[in-house]
Design a protein around this ligand. Structure first.
Ligand code: NAD
Length: 497
């Protein structure tokens, strides 16, 4: 094998060939400058392998490939055939679920059961958009008897897509599904912390039969390849998921270049509200899942927990017990719920927030320390005695750190819940339908869950209010992010005016 593949091993798959090149025009290639970067296993802190790094020159090549496909072979492909390709791709993911999930666990550190869940969602999402490909329609609009007007939904062109490391494959699927269904071509950059599963996925793109250049997947650094994509004159749209500061940078780059369309899915600091009349056992499970799912590395994590005063003490005791029972450890162990944080940088960032929480005067009820002595593991942590002005109540920690506070009145908790620059998600736990609907309507968030948390589905739009982003992913709504309307006005034969 060339240096474009390396033999790796996981407890699930045994040995397999991991591609390491840049996937451009359906081939793995080296970067022009032959640069590479190391991929670290967050469980062991050891190097897994090195992958080829895309620089600006490689972004140029990938964009040119995507442009050529957009103007050429891909344009000739019918919507029905796009649907067939996507559905075939979903089938190939299904066939390779063990490999995709194992590589995700190895690279990201998420438990194998969560990784399998992610891949199942990937399959559902790609299949769903396969279903949409031949159902994107225009309209005829009746305006005058001597005219015929219709609209077309046309693709935008070359889409740059920049994804994060918390759900490497799932974010890839959310991005490529609607873009390919609507006839665009893509240059997608994976996160530098987690490039491996995207490269395995690339082999399936080729096997599914997509023409060369339609979907290019490159590994690279944000400030290099990511910046090159967002400022590229040949990219018609950029879709990004990640931190709010980088979202701002991308918008600026888009504005300063060719005013490419921008959609952003950014951070959050989501309130999870428990009323006195909630089913406590259920609420504790969902609150626990809301914050600790994916090690707290979830943009919609329910990190601000507000519990009504009638049940607060009982809730806190039971929640502490529940959180302490979460199994932290080897992602490949079938009972593990929480693996390591993705990187040393993220580990340090979270531990800093824990320190800040203590300095701000909050009470660390459980956790607050490293778990074990190897890997980027952090104990499930709960802070009480928090106020809304504290940093740990305002800033995205992106780790297994919950902050819990007491409230008395409904209006009070709505105000507390909305006291944030973000607006990605929220949840309400109550048995009263009126409370559920009233509070859901009053919360400024793109998604509100009632008596559950973190339940996303590819049919349901997802995205943020305020600084949590712009545009919606998933569902029919995402198609609008990848199409533009053309109005055609035809004058029918008749007397000239
Ligand atoms: P980030 O926003 O820096 O990285 C996300 C993606 O953006 C990566 O692919 C990265 O390479 C790329 N990127 C970085 N700088 C770029 C630039 N200047 N131009 C274009 N692309 C660029 O996130 P991070 O540093 O890995 O994590 C920091 C914080 O971001 C986390 O602690 C968390 O709060 C937040 N985050 C949110 C999400 C989410 O799902 N909303 C995902 C990851 C991280």
């Amino acid at each position: 094998m060339s240096n474009l593949f390396v033999e790796l091993k996981t407890p699930i798959t045994g040995s397999f060939q991991q591609p390491t090149g840049l996937f451009i025009n359906n081939e793995f290639v080296e970067g022009i400058d032959k640069q590479t970067f190391e991929v670290i296993n967050p469980t062991t802190e050891e190097v897994i392998c090195s992958v080829h790094e895309a620089t600006e020159k490689d972004v140029d090549i990938a964009v040119a490939a995507a442009r050529k496909a957009f103007e050429g072979s891909w344009r000739q492909v019918t919507p029905q055939q796009r649907s067939i390709y996507l559905i075939k791709l979903a089938e190939l993911c299904e066939k390779n679920i063990d490999l995709l999930a194992a590589v995700e666990s190895l690279d990201n550190g998420k438990s194998i059961s969560l990784a399998r869940g992610d891949v199942n969602s990937v399959i559902g999402c790609i299949r769903y958009y396969g279903g949409w490909a031949d159902k994107v329609e225009g309209k005829t609009i009746d305006i005058a008897p001597d005219m015929f007007h219709y609209t077309r939904s046309e693709p935008l062109g070359v889409c740059g897509q920049i994804i994060p490391w918390n759900f490497p494959l799932l974010m890839l699927a959310w991005k490529i599904g609607p873009a390919l269904a609507t006839g665009n071509t893509i240059v997608l950059k994976t996160a530098e912390q987690t490039p491996l599963s995207g490269l395995i996925f690339a082999t399936l793109v080729k096997e599914a039969g997509f023409p060369p250049g339609v979907l290019n997947i490159i590994s690279g650094l944000g400030r290099v390849a990511g910046a090159a994509i967002s400022s590229h004159m040949g990219v018609d749209k950029v879709a990004f998921t990640g931190s709010t500061p980088v979202g701002r940078t991308i918008m600026k780059a888009a504005a300063a270049s060719n005013l490419k369309k921008v959609t952003l899915e950014l951070g959050g600091k989501s309130p999870n509200i428990v009323f006195n009349d909630a089913d406590i056992e259920q609420a504790i499970s969902w609150v626990n899942f809301g914050i600790y799912y994916n090690h707290g590395q979830t943009c919609c994590a329910g990190s601000r927990i507000y519990v009504q005063d009638g049940i607060y003490d009982k809730f806190l005791e039971a929640f502490k017990k529940r959180a302490a029972e979460n199994k932290v450890g080897d992602p490949f162990h079938h009972e593990t719920f929480q693996g390591p944080q993705v990187s040393k940088i993220q580990y340090d960032r979270i531990m800093d927030y824990i320190k800040i929480g203590k300095e701000e005067g909050a009470t660390c009820e459980i956790g607050g320390e490293r778990h074990g002595d190897k890997g980027y593991f952090i104990q499930p942590t709960i802070f009480s005695n928090v106020t809304n002005d504290m940093k740990i109540m305002q800033e995205e920690i992106f780790g297994p750190v919950a902050a819990i506070a007491k409230f008395t009145h409904e209006e009070e908790v709505i105000a507390l819940g909305n006291d944030t620059n973000y607006g990605l998600a929220a949840a309400v736990h109550t048995k009263d339908l009126n409370t559920a609907i009233r509070v859901s309507n009053a919360l400024r968030a793109g998604t509100v869950w009632v008596n559950c948390y973190n339940l996303l589905h590819h049919s349901l739009p997802f995205g943020g209010y305020s600084e949590s982003g712009m545009g919606r992913e998933l569902g029919e709504a995402a198609l609008a992010n990848y199409t533009q309307n053309k109005s055609v006005a035809i004058r029918l034969s008749g007397p000239l005016f």
